[in-house]
Design a protein around this ligand. Structure first.
Ligand code: HPA
Length: 268
């Protein structure tokens, strides 16, 4: 119900020092950005009343409010296997607390030679594969207050142009995981995906009807292993390690921009 969204939004607004303009929803590997926030205010999901909890063990479940390059933002890590309605709920709460921009990141496996480990890939489009199977974050109760559905091009073109000078771009497809795939990924490649991850699509899908500006990118943590006979195996630990390195690359990107800002905050 709309009141549930409001209850959480009001709770957050009462507790936070500054109202964020920009939530950054991050997948594995990008959590280090939280250390860069000044004047941080940290909330464990368990201490926020009615906050959707994660059932996946060992995942960072914190909301960190703070300042990044002069812009107030909130960083949240969406745990693996988080149910889609929970993602939608949080994105809508962010809209209610007054944010204008949503930045969404994931760790992803490269499906093509041009997408290399350590790359940051701007997501120019996505394949909502879980949506093909009836798992869409917008199914369920929906009031017009959260906008109308029209997901032709959910991403903000101005922000995309800014980032293009620093990063390559591509199409990302989402699988729910938590396991990695082999032969299935050959299919994804044929369908036109450049990278495969386990998040970002629900966040972007939920944000667009709310009128948020959306910017999303992948940290390429591994090359997808597509042959079951291959001796190489993808695992989460290596993906996390590569994710950390890619996060450093994001840092290098800040420094090539004016004002040391990440590309989505850089002036043209
Ligand atoms: N497949 C799916 N999700 C991923 C991968 C992958 O290879 N790497 C990081 N997230």
């Amino acid at each position: 119900a709309y009141e549930d969204y409001w209850n959480m939004a009001e709770w957050l607004l009462c507790c936070i020092k500054y109202q964020p303009q920009e939530p950054v929803i991050c997948g594995s590997g990008f959590g280090g950005l939280a250390d860069k926030l000044t004047q941080p205010q940290v909330f464990d999901y368990s201490e926020i009343p009615s906050f959707p909890q994660s059932t996946a063990p060992g995942h960072a479940v914190r909301l960190v409010f703070g300042i990044l390059n002069g812009r107030v933002c909130v960083l949240m890590q969406v745990p693996c296997q988080y149910l889609l309605w929970k993602v939608t709920f949080l994105v809508r709460v962010f809209q209610l607390i007054g944010v204008d921009t949503l930045v969404v990141t994931n760790a992803a496996g490269g499906l093509r030679p041009r997408v290399e480990v350590g790359d940051i890939m701007l997501i120019c489009d996505h394949i909502n594969l879980t949506g093909f199977c009836g798992q869409n974050p917008l199914t369920g109760p929906h009031g017009e207050r959260f906008g109308v559905f029209a997901l032709c091009d959910p991403r903000d073109q101005t922000m995309r142009q800014k980032a293009l000078s620093a990063w390559k771009e591509g199409t990302c497809v989402m699988l729910t995981g938590p396991n990695f795939e082999t032969a299935g990924c050959r299919l994804l490649q044929k369908w036109g995906a450049d990278a495969v991850g386990m998040s970002t699509v629900p966040e972007v899908t939920a944000a667009q009807p709310c009128g948020l500006r959306v910017f999303s990118f992948s940290l390429i943590t591994n090359k997808v292993v597509m042959d079951h006979k291959s001796l190489e195996k993808t695992n989460h630990r290596e993906a996390l390690e590569a994710g950390k390195q890619a996060a450093q690359k994001l840092d290098a990107c800040h420094h090539s921009c004016h004002q040391h800002s990440p590309p989505w905050q850089c002036p043209l």
